[in-house]
Design a protein around this ligand. Structure first.
Ligand SMILES: Cc1ncc(C[n+]2csc(CCOP(=O)(O)OP(=O)(O)O)c2C)c(N)n1
Ligand SMILES: [Mg+2]
Length: 354
């Protein structure tokens, strides 16, 4: 049973911090060269990011072949964000995000076969083939969706953090959302409650510079999203979201802040998506050169690959084998997802809330 004193509404009054203090105490570290991951973690990060990249490339192909229907938003370019954040968590921490969610699921350890089978609308998909790209969940892996309503996951993630605080289980909820979602009203209602009740939630703002075809500068009066919590006294950091080491380091600081009972924290991940907003994006709002420049100069996977080679932690051959291995897993997932049966028609009447 939960003791009454555990309830957030009886939590001690928050210590007031001036808005200018609402910078994480260790934010100075954010500008330093990120610390080395060590050989094993660097290899793991490489593999995990590559898995997301290859999975998404395959999903894009399968969409083009008509094997995937409905909405499909790819995460290509943003891989270092989820992989770095996941390296900063411990089992029990939760993840919730919007519709650009395949990478988050894979980073949480969900089975690529189950994710791909959901994309193709098959019975063995994570939502029995009835949810599709934007609506998958795994309580076992602490992944809470997969939400198509922009910003909706922010209040839900705050609720998950409320439950953690209430149960005093020491878990932190990573709540991801985009630069566009950051302008949603419910985000600020959530911020207020989260700081008031010192909820263990890290708000990870994935600033990929666009919301559909709208550049951040056209939609946001304040484009420094790490400052969006200032009036609630929520500290924030801007992070190089293309560098998995920087993401992990910032993630660790934020998660620790939450675990210490200090309340929420905002991490603005400076990132970029290479593909269109969704599969039906005319891409008229940016130049090819802009995409190419990020891809050649800041690619999150290439950065790690070059570092692994330069430090002789891995040979070209070894990295090629990793790629082949990842491709095999993805091909098997695609094979599975095209041969599994579709849901039985009787399933139309199950899992429906009336
Ligand atoms: C409440 C709501 N308004 C509008 C939409 C349509 N919509 C879907 S995605 C999107 C842009 C969101 O951009 P951002 O938050 O930056 O995330 P990104 O797609 O860049 O990851 C919009 C406006 C929606 N799904 N829900
Ligand atoms: Mg965006």
């Amino acid at each position: 049973m939960l003791a009454k004193k555990q309830k957030p509404d009886s939590a001690p009054a928050p210590k007031s911090r001036a808005a200018t203090d609402a910078v994480h105490p260790s934010s100075a570290a954010a500008s330093d060269t990120p610390s080395d991951l060590g050989k094993d973690l660097e290899l793991q990060a490489y593999r995990d990011m590559l898995m997301i990249r290859r999975f998404e490339e395959k999903a894009g192909q399968m969409y083009g072949m008509g094997l995937i229907g409905g909405f499909c938003h790819l995460y290509i370019g943003q891989e270092a964000v989820v992989v770095g954040m996941q390296l900063a968590t411990k089992p029990g921490d939760q993840v919730i995000t919007g519709y650009r969610d395949h990478g988050h699921m894979l980073a949480c350890g969900m089975d690529p076969k189950g994710v791909m089978a959901e994309l193709t609308g098959r019975r063995s998909g994570y939502s029995k083939g009835k949810g599709g790209s934007m609506h998958m969940f795994s309580v076992e892996k602490n992944f809470y969706g997969g939400h198509g309503i922009v910003g909706a996951q922010v209040s839900l993630g705050t609720g998950l953090a409320f439950a953690n605080r209430y149960r005093q289980n020491g878990n932190v909820c990573l709540t991801y959302f985009g630069d566009g979602a950051a302008n949603q009203g419910q985000v600020y209602e959530s911020f207020n409650m989260a700081e008031l009740w010192k909820l263990p939630v890290v708000y990870v703002i994935e600033n990929n510079r666009y919301a559909m075809g709208t550049a951040v500068t056209r939609a946001s009066a304040q484009t420094d999203f790490s400052r969006r919590g200032l009036s609630f006294n929520i500290p924030g950091e801007q992070v190089d979201g293309m560098d998995v080491r920087a993401v992990k380091a910032a993630g660790e600081r934020a998660v620790q802040w939450c675990r210490d009972g200090k309340g929420p924290m905002i991490l603005e991940m400076m990132t970029y998506r290479y593909r269109g907003h969704s599969m039906s994006d005319p891409a008229k709002y940016r130049t090819r050169e802009e995409v190419e420049k990020v891809r050649t100069e800041h690619d999150p996977i290439e950065q790690v690959r070059l570092r692994l080679l330069a430090t002789k932690r891995a040979s070209e051959d070894q990295l090629k084998r990793t790629d082949a291995d990842v491709r095999k897993t993805v091909n098997e997932a695609a094979e599975f997802a095209t041969h599994e049966p579709e849901p039985d028609p009787s399933e139309l009447w199950t899992d429906v809330v009336r």
